[in-house]
Design a binder for this molecule. Structure first.
Ligand code: NAD
Length: 480
């Protein structure tokens, strides 16, 4: 049981203004595993005041980028020593299978840090250009200000770090509101920020629900919002920011297509496809959950997926042998069950899985990993984000038809192509209207921009583009 009785306000542990608490319940045992204070609007006011003071008058934005890089470097070194604990905390609070926590949930934020440090070390914070009259123009990059950070619960450290690392290096101050399901990992990280010497006022961490989140979004002392979460919440947050002309980055939902070409060796592809489609119990914005298979090999693809998913071990996420753990909460279990029932009503065929608990698991928020065949792309199970281990296999006629189906989605976050022909893979990738396309695997690269086309978001994370989300461009045009 991990208990915290203070909030993290202005890079210090402080008593909360209210008396409310948030209970963290294990999705596997349904037992209490942690408790933290619940932040209130009064705590947001305190955190924003501390951040404003640090940004408007404190040393952080006035240090050189190299001085800030040195502090973030120290934080990165400390983070590397805490990966084992971080992986366990995340598995305890949200049920991520331990193999995924150890492979991605804990180390990927550290890799983001090291990538941003490399990018920042050669970044041109001030450049001189030749202007239209032949004069010298200086283009300078300055921090955007106080940033409100709102991450989801599914990859909690991953989504905090994709914002915290570039924002700190840029010289911003942050007010972070973790999702109520996952406050513990954020508080473990808070200890490391103090140890690294991040100055007073620069970072606050306030666990709370969506009302307090919206209070941060509307707060006049906040210059920018960086949000990862559902498209529905993103639309609302984007509208508020639009009204206030507040800067905003939105990383939202997805319904990504994996195009399986006819020439692929299915046996070899299945292991990579398993990861691409089912990582984190299918609770991944980038999950490749629409599997597009040509009619000529459709039955073969459905069989291979049915066997792969049918063989998955489901159970206690702390056990490294289990590929699939529970969903984060009862409401998510119910939501995924509803989609499994809906798929059947829509006329899709259950190949493996279906409704009801996996055998041998009488508690915890588990669902059966499910594969649907005979899915058409206009069914709701093909259009809506289910956010669980549920795959829809959709037939296509030819390459053109596959690309049309892949692009026939309100989302455009990720995608993949599976082929033995590298040139064909890249050609198809070029024609997909989506932010990231991988060929023969799924991987994000922290040196390349990541983000959504269409309703999957606005803005980019990672790479130079991810750093620039936290910078304003200023032009200085002297007459000498
Ligand atoms: P959610 O939108 O319900 O909540 C996300 C966060 O926003 C939480 O901290 C929540 O408390 C807060 N929130 C919700 N409504 C708000 C509002 N109106 N104002 C301010 N804050 C608000 O999403 P979730 O269920 O926690 O996460 C799952 C979603 O996140 C999925 O749609 C998934 O695809 C998406 N996601 C996207 C990415 C990406 O990089 N594009 C990464 C991970 C998850």
């Amino acid at each position: 049981m991990r208990t915290f009785d203070k909030l993290f306000i202005g890079t210090k542990w402080e008593a909360p203004s209210g008396t409310g608490t948030i209970d963290v319940i294990s999705p596997h045992s349904e037992e209490l595993v942690g408790r933290v204070p619940e932040a209130t609007e009064a705590d947001v006011d305190r955190a924003v005041a501390a951040a404003r003071q640090a940004f408007d008058r404190g040393p952080w934005p006035r240090m050189t980028p190299q001085e800030r890089i040195a502090v973030v470097q120290k934080f990165t070194e400390i983070y590397a020593t805490r990966l084992v604990d971080m992986a366990s905390v995340i598995t305890e609070e949200m049920g991520s299978p331990m193999w995924f926590s150890e492979l991605a949930q804990a180390p990927a934020p550290w890799m983001q840090l090291t990538s941003f440090l490399t990018i920042a070390s050669t970044y041109e914070w001030e450049e001189t250009r030749t202007g239209m009259l032949g004069e010298q123009v200086i283009v300078r990059r300055e921090p955007v200000g106080v940033v409100g950070v709102i991450p989801p619960w599914n990859v909690p450290q991953f989504t905090i770090m994709s914002k915290l690392a570039p924002a700190l290096i840029a010289g911003c101050c942050l007010v972070i509101k973790p999702a109520p399901e996952t406050p513990l990992d954020a508080f473990v990280m808070a200890e490391m920020l103090i140890e690294a010497g991040v100055p007073e006022g620069v970072v606050s961490i306030l666990p709370a629900g969506r009302e307090v989140g919206e209070y941060i979004v509307r707060h006049p002392g906040v210059d920018k919002i960086s949000f990862t979460g559902s498209t529905a919440a993103g639309r609302k947050i984007g509208a508020i920011c639009g009204e206030q002309l507040k800067r905003v980055s939105l990383e939202l939902g997805g319904k990504s297509a994996a195009i399986i070409c006819d020439d692929i060796d299915l046996g070899a592809a299945m292991e990579e496809l398993k990861f691409a489609a089912l990582m984190n119990n299918g609770q991944a914005c980038i999950a490749q959950t629409r599997i597009l298979a040509s009619r000529s090999r459709y039955a073969e693809v459905v069989d291979a997926l049915g066997t792969m998913v049918g063989d998955l071990k489901v159970g206690d996420p702390a056990d490294r042998e289990n590929y699939i753990g529970p969903l984060v909460a009862k409401r998510q279990q119910e939501r995924v069950e509803k989609y499994i029932a809906l798929g059947q009503e829509e006329g899709a065929r259950v190949v493996v899985g279906g409704s009801g608990r996996p055998s041998g698991l009488d508690k915890g928020w588990y669902v059966q990993p499910t594969v649907f065949a005979d899915v058409s792309n206009d069914m709701r199970i093909a259009q809506e984000e289910i956010f669980g281990p549920v795959l829809a296999v959709i037939p296509y006629d030819d390459e053109e038809d596959a690309i049309r189906i892949a692009n026939d989605s309100e989302y455009g976050l990720a995608g993949s192509v599976w082929t033995n022909d590298a040139a064909k893979g890249l050609d198809i990738a070029r024609r997909m209207r989506t932010g990231t396309v991988a060929v023969n695997r799924y991987l994000m690269d922290f040196f390349a921009p990541f983000g959504g086309f269409k309703a999957s978001g606005i803005g980019r994370e990672f790479g130079r583009e991810g750093l620039e989300e936290y910078l304003e461009a200023k032009s200085m045009i002297p007459a000498f």
